[in-house]
Design a protein around this ligand. Structure first.
Ligand code: NAD
Length: 327
């Protein structure tokens, strides 16, 4: 693609940071939006922004997307070629204690942004969705055709709503729309409420790790730069499509712990507690569609991805020891 000006929401977040870096390194201009909320340790978000701000073609704006007039004011920003919408409340379990935050930040915020695309005639919109929309479906690997009418959490329900609104704006206003359903994303500069971040930090600090269930649950883990590549490819889409974005392999929780232990050359102390009913038992993406239509393939398997993530921890021990984990 030629040089573009891309609006990225959630640019201080984990995936947003990696996406912006890749876009900037490819010579694009990035208009980043985030409200730096305190859902998890804000020092991580500020540190990511500090890295991004080293690039002169990165323009950051602290805007809360739930505020309609703030979002619609962005119409004065000219020549935006695509919107990549990552901003959201992304934790599954916390969505049960504060479902309202998920409606506002995941549904209303998406609606405001779609309205901006409509009035500014922005032709490409990408929505970050999630494998959680599939609920406890037993068809593995899961294709995009599996129904999404039985979400297990308000988080999943909010993402299904955002997908439906995006379709509606595509239908009426012809906005090219890609819905990317990510399967458990991990990598350097990750989220302190997610298992890989927690396990590496706690094992390094000789503290016990908490395992929900018996360790036999499994996930399709996706390395974050693979996700950035998929997001960039999605901005060229014509029409409306839903794509799974996954590594294409399942790893059990027990095996994940083994992989981390062998990279760090340290044994974990494991505390087991019952499975949380809002967590799906198994996830595994069928990635045939995205590989055929967007020519995208993951480049990282879990061993290589954990190695890269672990190296980042070892290179930033002081910073990481100052970061608070989140349940
Ligand atoms: P993240 O929490 O690190 O990033 C989200 C960012 O959005 C945060 O920096 C937050 O401050 C910002 N934000 C939230 N509400 C906002 C608002 N109202 N206005 C402006 N900014 C706001 O999460 P992430 O892991 O980078 O996830 C990015 C997207 O990918 C999310 O939509 C998430 O649901 C989706 N996703 C992530 C995963 C994963 O495993 N990380 C899996 C599936 C889907």
């Amino acid at each position: 693609m030629g040089i573009q000006k891309i609006l990225v929401t959630g640019s201080a977040g984990f995936i947003g940071f990696h996406l912006c870096l890749k876009l900037l390194n490819n010579g694009h201009s990035v208009y980043g939006i985030d409200n730096l909320n305190n859902y998890y340790d804000v020092n991580l978000k500020n540190a990511r922004l500090k890295e991004l701000s080293k690039h002169t073609n990165f323009h950051f704006h602290n805007i809360d997307l739930t505020n309609k007039s703030n979002v619609l004011n962005l119409k004065n920003e000219n020549n935006i070629t695509a919107v990549i919408h990552l901003a959201a409340y992304a934790g599954v379990r916390t969505s049960l204690s504060d479902p309202w935050a998920y409606q506002e930040n995941n549904v209303i915020a998406t609606l405001n942004l779609l309205e901006l695309c409509k009035i500014s005639k922005i032709n490409n919109f990408t929505l970050a969705s999630t494998s959680s929309v599939y609920g406890d479906n037993k068809t593995l690997p899961t294709t995009e055709k599996v129904p999404t009418s039985n979400p297990l959490s308000p988080y999943a329900a909010s993402k299904i709503s955002a997908e439906l609104l995006s379709y509606n704006y595509h239908y009426h206003y012809g906005i090219n729309t890609a819905i990317l359903r990510f399967f458990t994303v991990y990598g350097p500069f990750g989220r302190p409420d997610m298992v890989i971040f927690k396990f590496i930090k706690l094992i390094l600090e000789n503290k016990p790790i908490t395992m929900y269930g018996d360790g036999k649950s499994s996930r399709d883990y996706t390395y974050v730069t693979d996700v950035s590549d998929a997001l960039i490819a999605s901005t060229k889409l014509n029409g409306y499509e839903i794509f799974n974005v996954g590594g294409g392999n399942a790893t059990t929780l027990n095996n994940l712990v083994n992989i981390i232990e062998s990279f760090l050359d340290k044994k974990a102390t494991i505390k087991k507690i019952p499975r949380d009913p809002s967590d799906v038992e198994h996830s595994l993406a069928d990635i045939t569609k995205i590989s055929e239509k967007l020519n995208w393939q993951p480049k990282y398997n879990i061993e290589k991805g954990v190695r890269e993530t672990g190296k980042w921890f070892l290179d930033n021990l002081n910073f990481i020891s100052s970061i608070n984990l989140k349940d």
